[in-house]
Design a protein around this ligand. Sequence first.
Ligand code: AKG
Ligand code: FE2
Length: 242
Amino acid sequence: MEQNLINEILDKGYVLLPGRRSAEEYEQLGRRLGEVVLRTDVVVDARKRALQEARRKMSGRPSAFQSDALGFHSDNPMTNVIAFHCVRQDAVDGTLRLVDMPALLDKFSDAEIDELSCVGVSYTYLTGKNRDDEILSEPLVTRADGRLLIFYQSWMIRGELTVHQRQLLDRVAGLIEEAVTTKGIAIRLEQGQSLMVDNRRMLHGRGALPDDSKRHLVRLLIHSRALPYTDAACDRGIASFA
Ligand SMILES: O=C(O)CCC(=O)C(=O)O
Ligand SMILES: [Fe+2]
């Protein structure tokens, strides 16, 4: 079962698991794929959001607890699989959208990819004693064994950029928007369904939800040695769990 899931994630960038299961069964399955670094109840909750914001070292970032739309992004680059399980779906929408970044970056020349690989995107430790103490940086694009590994959070691109890098980033942002309308992947999970996504390949996002939405997903951030990852992000991250 695990190998089939891994193969499908490698092939398509994500897998919608067949059938339905309980949240416990889903979490067990997640643990068989790798190390579960973080488990989060994704719900619209203004209080949770305010608490999270107060604790954050880098403030003003979007939150999984917000009702506003969430722009396309990767989650923390220390993990390469993000899993979502639906405990309860929103009454009206709650669709997750995915964009396959390496496919989109096909339009860029090797030299342009090199330029993008010099753009650093900030993040902090996901867990452990160093959490939020240190601001780390991962390249927006890393070449690894003929693949491109992505870490994209448009709001975390800090530091000096050249004019050319800025133009490339605008082009990337435009293509992401375009991909959603033309060949974007839209998945509205139903109760008991689970989705696993290659976090170093696909971006995810969603539209706005009502402030009183009852939608509830369980998100697992998993570090799997069976899927591509970058040493810098993962080894530092894993070392900090102790
Ligand atoms: O609410 C969602 O569908 C996604 C939220 C999100 O980006 C996350 O939990 O990582
Ligand atoms: Fe996310």
